[in-house]
Design a protein around this ligand. Structure first.
Ligand code: LLP
Length: 420
């Protein structure tokens, strides 16, 4: 994470000291480096050069308008999974024609919203959804550019909750049914079949499942073409992993080689949907120490961020590096602690058993690699306000979502007449 580095013993995001952000914006707060996002995008785009591939950023990883706009300005499209994300992508400046709508459960309203906006592609994941999309499109006098998401029944080595490519998962149409359903789509009024889509999981570190999945996809394309169907586009999904605590992130050049070897000669337009890889290492969660305490078993560092702000550790047992914002002096003693928040659950931890120097009330810590699936998964659990977000560019920083006062949520509640 070179965008975040110590300068004169103080952790900075680009040119801005995190202390300054904590003082001016409060904590807990997510801090993103715009330069790191731009660099990640350029690296990805560079690796795919010559493959006729469009990068449709997986908005679910970080849906802040400033983040999406940063990527939009570099030429990214978007992959969205709800009407809400679609609206964000459009508001951030992505042309609807460059947007792909994924997900197993699009409602008819969302389909209509997408078609009315002029979306580039809808990825359909079941025959029932295909029929519904045809009806909605016909009702609007539209023709829905449709890709069929296939499930290749390929295992990936990632957390079970985010693997998506086996038949036990809810995603896609079993690959052996793809040809039949594709032809059905081609005959369905309101549907214009444009291609096939696939997404086998997330935080993938070993690239070999991609090779199997894309090879199977290529077989399907050849089969469909032999039977007379046109397949113009292949959407290869996202899933490329990042380094959280010293793992080796897969090389994008190696990924591009797999794409080239497996589907490169089909003459299809390609789409990729990276989320985490573009933004994950470009953000951290900045938090202040409230207290420390010891039990006969453990030491706890109680900070002001909690599971409602960053759910990944407790939900996936995900590990994030936690570092002090003031660099420890050489040889300073470290202690093993659990970093926990104020939420009333034992599962409310941000890191367990990590080595940190002795920290005191008021000190700041950074929970790293939190740019993806951090703020977007935050909640107001325990009556806590939604966490804020800040972006840094060079020496400038800006609040891109203020901390949400819990009163805002409370004001939305209504008492029924019999409780007034
Ligand atoms: N395309 C589709 C259809 C997806 O379902 C996803 C992620 C992506 C693209 C982007 O995947 P990425 O490149 O970010 O791996 N909340 C979990 C991750 C869930 C991923 C869901 N789908 C986490 O915190 O690890």
């Amino acid at each position: 994470m070179s965008a975040f580095a110590y300068r004169d013993g103080r952790l900075h995001a680009e040119g801005v000291a995190l202390e300054t952000i904590a003082e001016t914006c409060g904590t807990p707060v997510y801090v993103y480096s715009q330069t790191a996002i731009e660099d990640a995008y350029r690296e990805f785009a560079g690796a795919l050069d010559g493959l006729n591939a469009k990068i449709c950023y997986g908005v679910k990883a970080n849906a802040n308008l400033a983040v999406i706009r940063t990527l939009a300005r570099l030429g990214a499209g978007a992959d969205v999974v709800s009407g809400g994300e679609l609206a964000r992508a459009v508001a951030a400046g992505i042309r609807p024609a460059d947007i792909v709508f994924s997900g197993v459960g699009k409602t008819r309203d969302e389909m209509a919203q997408a078609l009315t906006a002029g979306i580039g592609q809808l990825n359909v994941e079941s025959e029932a959804e295909l029929a519904a999309l045809g009806e909605v499109a016909q009702g609007l006098g539209a023709s829905a550019p449709t890709a069929l998401r296939v499930n290749p029944d390929v295992a990936v080595d990632t957390t079970d909750k985010i693997a998506t490519g086996r038949y036990e998962h809810k995603f896609g149409i079993p690959i052996e049914d793809a040809a039949r359903v594709y032809r059905r789509g081609s005959r369905t009024p309101g549907i214009r079949m444009v291609g096939l889509a696939i997404h086998i999981g997330s935080q993938i570190l070993d690239l070999s499942p991609y090779r199997s999945a894309f090879a199977a996809l290529s077989e399907s394309v050849r089969g469909l073409r032999r039977a007379g169907s046109a397949v113009e586009r292949l959407d290869l999904g996202g899933g490329l992993g990042i380094s959280y605590i010293g793992e080796t992130a897969p090389g994008l050049g190696d990924f591009a080689d797999i794409v080239r070897d497996t589907v490169g000669s089909l003459g299809c337009e390609l789409v990729v949907e990276p989320g985490r890889r573009l933004v994950g290492n470009a953000g951290l969660l900045l938090s202040r120490v409230l207290y420390s305490k010891e039990t006969p078993e453990k030491r706890f560092l109680i900070v002001d961020a909690a599971m409602n702000d960053l759910l990944r550790p407790t939900l996936y047992r995900a590990e994030h590096e936690v570092v002090p914002v003031t660099a420890p002096a050489d040889g300073q003693e470290k202690r093993r602690v659990d970093v926990v928040g104020p939420v009333c659950e034992t599962g409310d931890y941000l890191a367990q058993g990590v080595e940190l120097p002795m920290l005191e009330e008021g000190d700041l810590v950074a929970i790293e690699s939190a740019g993806a699936y951090g703020a977007v998964m935050a909640s107001q659990y325990n009556g806590r306000g939604l966490v804020g977000e800040v972006i840094v560019r060079g020496d400038a920083h800006a609040v891109i979502r203020p901390f949400q006062d819990p009163a805002i949520l409370q004001a939305l509640d209504r008492l029924p007449r019999w409780l007034e």
